[in-house]
Each structure stands twice: as structure tokens, then as C-alpha cells.
Design a binder for this molecule. Structure first.
Ligand code: FBP
Length: 292
């Protein structure tokens, strides 16, 4: 449904701001609100979904009615990742992450159920709404990519067992924040840039930057800075889903000092610095920050 609407966005009333702000104090785009509604309504119809956490809702949405008394899964969602690109027809996406609850079904959900670390996740993925619409996901057996054939309404396997190329040819970072970074982060980015084999590409949609770097071999970074000392990206519906995919595809993901998958979130909207992509380039930041 989202792919169809995004393809015709200019003809529908889904462009522009919705006039509301979300819990992150960000202006919500009309498509953010519409996508959030679509996913909540459809996932609610599944007897397996116990709760949903989304970027657009301050609290966990818990389904504790009879229809969900066997529900075991907690779903985290970024309904539209890359919202700033919606109006300019640049690729956006949907990110998702699934945990299986630890407490018994049909009992009150506990923190241990919905605040789990990435190592405990059972599924992660994204949909990128680009020139074609692709679904890329992992359930812990590698990463597979599917392309939507809208005429069939089916996602067909087009990219089996995706793996990061060994060599890093691309770096993706918003250099507009350069002055706000620590000396160590500036030195790290300078070392990456000094490699004659790398070139800069930054779309400003994590999903699209990650997807390109997965296919071509690259590293994406959203470092902490003086304005966002915790980093900008959210653990549960941005960093962890991509970290699980990256790890399953032979890459890596770190905060700079810790493996993203090892972090136990303390809040559903917790933020984190993120360095993700080809292993060697991701691990390099560790060298710079260990000296600091
Ligand atoms: P949302 O659009 O879901 O809020 O996601 C955040 C995001 O757009 C990422 O997709 C992207 O990597 C980053 O923010 C871009 O941030 P900036 O505009 O500061 O470079």
C-alpha cells in the first residue's frame, strides 16, 4: 500500500507536514502519520503480535484483548525512514525489528519482553521504496532481498544471501556536522576519506544509504556531536535492525566503543551513535575512540 501511494505521492494528499510533532519533537510528515496508521491497523489484525513500538507513538501499543492471548511477538517500526526525503522524491523506507516475548503469552508484558538487546532479536529488515520496492530481511540465516512485482502483489526473491563486498568503496556521513564532531571522529572520517578507493555518497535516508553500501561495499556513520551528544538515530527501530542485517551480511555495527547488538535498551526511543558497514572501516573508529 505504501509503495503504491509513494509512487503516486504528487497526486495524493500525502506530501508535506502533518502539522503535528512526534515524541522526538520532530515535525511529522503526512506520510509518517499515514504509514504509522497502516502498519498499526494491519499488525493489530495478527494474533501473533503482542505489542508495537513505533517512532511516531510515545508509548508501546499493547494488544491484550482475547484475540491476542496467544501473541508472542513485539514489533518495532520506523514506518517512514528518511522522512526529510519524502517531498523531494528521494528513496525512503520502512525499518522493522521483532523480539519474542520472554514472559508467558496472555500475561502482562514486562520490560524484559520489550527492552531486549539486538542479540536476542528474531527478525530484522527494511523495505526501501526506491526505483523499485525491495524487502530485505534476516531471521538469522543470512540476508535475503526481494523485489516487489506490483502486478502480482508479491515480493519475489531477487537478491539471495546478500553479503557486504570486502572492500569499502563508499563512505556516507553528513559532513555538514563536521564542526560539531570530536577531534577523534574528525580524524576517523579523514582517514576513511584519505583512501583513494573511497568516494562520498549520502542520501540522508539511513535505509537507502545502508542498502547502497550493502550492495557496493561502504561504511555509514552518524557520530555523536555537540548538538546530539547521544547521536541522532534510535536504537530499536534504526540502529539494531540494520546492525543485525549488517552482521548477518559479514559487516559490523558499533556505537564507536560497543557492538550495537550488545546494548540492552532502557527506553523504546533511546538514541545511539552509529557506525555501520564493511567490518574493517567500522572497527577503525574503535582505534580512534580508545585513545580518547
Ligand atoms: P527519520 O526520517 O525516520 O526521522 O530518520 C532519521 C534519518 O532521516 C535517517 O534516515 C537518516 O540517516 C538521518 O535521519 C539523516 O539525518 P540528517 O538529516 O541529520 O543527516
Amino acid at each position: 500500500m505504501l509503495s503504491r501511494d509513494i509512487n503516486r505521492a504528487g497526486l495524493l494528499d500525502i506530501l508535506g507536514a502533518a502539522g503535528t510533532v512526534n515524541v522526538q519533537d520532530e515535525d511529522q510528515q503526512k506520510l509518517d502519520v499515514q504509514a504509522n496508521e497502516i502498519f498499526i491497523q494491519l499488525l493489530k489484525q495478527s494474533p501473533y503480535v503482542a505489542a508495537i513500538g513505533t517512532e511516531e507513538d510515545p508509548d508501546l501499543i499493547v494488544f491484550d484483548d482475547v484475540a491476542h492471548n496467544r501473541a508472542e511477538y513485539i514489533v518495532y517500526l520506523d514506518p517512514v525512514d528518511g522522512s526529510s526525503n519524502i517531498d523531494v522524491n528521494v528513496s525512503v523506507g520502512t525499518n522493522f525489528l521483532l523480539f519474542k516475548r520472554k514472559s508467558l503469552a496472555n500475561t502482562r508484558l514486562k520490560k524484559e519482553d520489550y527492552l531486549q538487546s539486538g542479540t536476542e532479536a528474531v527478525c530484522a529488515g527494511y523495505v526501501v521504496y526506491g526505483a523499485s520496492t525491495m524487502l530485505v530481511y534476516t531471521v538469522g540465516q543470512g540476508v535475503d532481498g526481494f523485489t516487489l512485482d506490483a502486478s502480482l502483489g508479491e515480493f519475489m526473491l531477487s537478491h539471495p544471501q546478500m553479503k557486504f563486498p570486502k572492500e569499502c568503496t563508499i563512505y556516507s556521513v553528513n559532513e555538514g556536522n563536521y564542526q560539531l564532531w570530536s577531534k577523534e571522529v574528525q580524524a576517523y572520517i579523514e582517514e576513511i576519506k584519505a583512501n583513494p578507493k573511497t568516494t562520498a555518497r549520502y542520501i540522508g535516508s539511513l535505509v537507502a544509504d545502508f542498502h547502497r553500501n550493502l550492495l557496493k561495499g561502504g561504511v555509514f556513520a552518524y557520530p555523536p556531536d555537540t548538538k546530539k551528544p547521544q547521536g541522532k538515530l534510535r536504537l530499536l527501530y534504526e540502529a539494531i535492525p540494520f546492525a543485525l542485517l549488517a552482521t548477518q551480511a559479514g559487516g559490523a555495527a558499533t556505537t564507536g566503543t560497543k557492538d550495537i547488538l550488545s546494548i540492552k535498551p532502557s527506553d523504546i526511543h533511546e538514541r545511539t551513535p552509529l557506525y555501520i558497514g564493511t567490518k574493517k572501516e567500522v572497527q577503525l573508529i574503535g582505534k580512534y575512540l580508545s585513545n580518547s
